[in-house]
Design a protein around this ligand. Structure first.
Ligand code: ATP
Length: 476
């Protein structure tokens, strides 16, 4: 399966089986905004919960919070987002289409021979680093880069485009009431640093975790749920004593990679990408990249953010944000290691890894299936309970099993259609276990359990079903 096709097939599968829909689809959709359907919402929630518990339950020194999306506008001045959170962009005057300059040049580089492409990208990087917008426009013109829609090279000047969405708070729409939809969840953690530290009597090193929506007016939003305008982040800020940040940075790189591998994804589907050009707040940073259908791309960032954020909030708010370290008898502004993963990107990663089209043809007949080999701990449905027939007391036994299991994990009950069709539907939504109740169940209290990945079946006592599933979905 070509990778381009793979992405298209995953998108189609997600729609057909109730995982992910285009937002406002009946109105032709809203670009780069998506809705999660009945199975997608479960999958997303399970990944969120798995991350949340790995942070707050499996570490003594990490607590979780839930800060508001709206924050005081000065927060975004202090964080640098008002001045720096922007991308250079350019418009084609004929098509009116807007491009991110780096994406436009990168797309052109892909059409060139390797050496020419490298030279072009190097030139672009140095112009971007110098914020040389006239130079970037000249580079586009010199290389005769055309708009894909109009086919012309009739470009506007290059301008900065801030990625934050704003709205007004209160009844009068003047500038004073302008508030932003947060472009990251991290700042809600920084401004609550002292609240949490004091109320929780937290001792450094300690972390604050949070999951929640973030909004970015991405200019070129593409790649399904890879780059959205409304998305969800799972971030953790780990506050450490200045001077110890290097070792904690290494610790969190390692710990986060272990989390990824614990999803059953092979190590060679991941790689680290160390940042050479560091953001204004960082003294070390890397991305964890996953091999998506469109190639290796960032799924998570690990950043050593120094004391930049707390110091900036201290300065802008006029409130002290220091910590008294009783071990060394010193007051200081802590340093921070951040781990920041996009929940939607994690969903896309898990789906990309799980999606398989299998040819099951034999000499006698052609057959195939689409299966989502999701890790049981994040699968939307853990167990399908399927009475073979709608009569002879089989549904009653099946419903008894359902009642026994449903308080522990999510089950699915179905009586309609042949058993083969029911299995295939469960394969398509990634249900790891199906049990069938048949006439033999009435005699010896056993059921047939069918394993999704191998499609093998065996008979086990009905009394052991719950325990078997519980063991498979145990997260830690
Ligand atoms: P990119 O370079 O892909 O734009 P970024 O470096 O700006 O990402 P961060 O600001 O470090 O991303 O955000 C942390 C994480 O949030 C990313 O690793 C990614 O998983 C997720 N993320 C960022 N922007 C988006 C988006 N537009 N849609 C979905 N997820 C996103």
């Amino acid at each position: 399966m070509a990778n381009d096709n793979k992405l298209q097939n995953i998108i189609a599968h997600c729609k057909e089986y109730g995982f992910i829909f285009q937002s406002s689809e009946i109105y032709d959709g809203l670009a780069a905004v998506y809705d999660y359907g009945q199975y997608g919402a479960e999958l997303k929630k399970n990944i969120r919960d798995y991350w949340w518990r790995s942070m707050t339950q499996m570490h003594d020194n990490i607590v979780g919070i839930d800060a508001a999306i709206f924050m005081h506008p000065t927060v975004w001045k202090a964080s640098g987002h008002v001045d720096n959170f922007s991308d250079p962009m350019i418009d084609n005057k004929d098509s009116k289409k807007r491009y991110r300059v780096d994406h436009l040049i990168e797309a052109h580089a892909e059409t060139l021979a390797k050496e020419d492409a490298e030279a072009l990208l190097q030139k672009m990087d140095s112009l971007l680093a110098e914020n040389d917008f006239a130079g970037l426009k000249a580079l586009i013109e010199d290389n005769k880069i055309k708009c894909a829609v109009s086919g012309t090279g009739n470009w506007t000047d290059v301008r900065q485009f801030n990625l934050m969405f704003s709205t007004e708070m209160g009844s009068v729409a003047d500038d004073a009431d302008k508030v932003y939809l947060r472009p990251e969840t991290a700042q809600g953690i920084f401004v609550n640093f002292l609240n949490v530290q004091k109320s929780g009597r937290m001792k450094i090193p300690f972390g604050i975790a949070q999951t929640g929506k973030a909004f970015r007016n991405e200019i070129v939003a593409r790649g399904f749920i890879f780059r959205m305008r409304e998305f969800e982040q799972m971030e953790m800020q780990f506050f450490v004593r200045p001077g110890t940040q290097k070792e904690w940075y290494e610790y969190w790189k390692d710990t986060r990679m272990k989390w990824h591998l614990s999803l059953g994804i092979p190590a060679d589907h991941y790689r680290f990408h160390d940042h050479v050009k560091l953001a204004h707040y960082a003294d070390a940073a890397c991305d964890i990249e996953y091999d998506f259908p469109m190639g290796f791309k960032e799924v998570e960032g690990v950043h050593s953010r120094t004391d930049f954020d707390l110091k900036a909030h201290q300065e802008y708010s006029g409130k002290k944000l220091t910590y008294f370290d009783t071990e060394i008898n010193q007051h200081y502004v802590p340093y921070v290691i951040e781990t920041s993963i996009g929940l939607d990107r994690a969903v896309m990663m898990v789906l990309s890894e799980a999606y398989a089209e299998e040819d099951l043809s034999t000499a006698e007949k052609q057959d195939s299936r689409v299966v989502l080999k999701l890790p049981p701990k994040v699968a939307p449905i853990k167990l399908a309970i399927l009475p073979l027939l709608k009569k002879d007391g089989l549904p009653e036994i099946a419903r008894e099993l359902l009642e026994e299991c449903r308080t522990y994990f999510k089950c699915f009950y179905e009586e309609k259609d042949t058993i083969g069709k029911r299995y295939r539907r469960q394969d398509a939504i990634g249900t790891p276990f199906c049990v069938t109740i048949d006439h033999q169940t009435k005699e010896d209290q056993t059921v047939t359990i069918r394993y999704r990945d191998t499609m093998t079946q065996e008979r086990i006592p009905i009394a052991s079903v719950k325990e078997l599933v519980m063991q498979a979905i145990q997260a830690f």
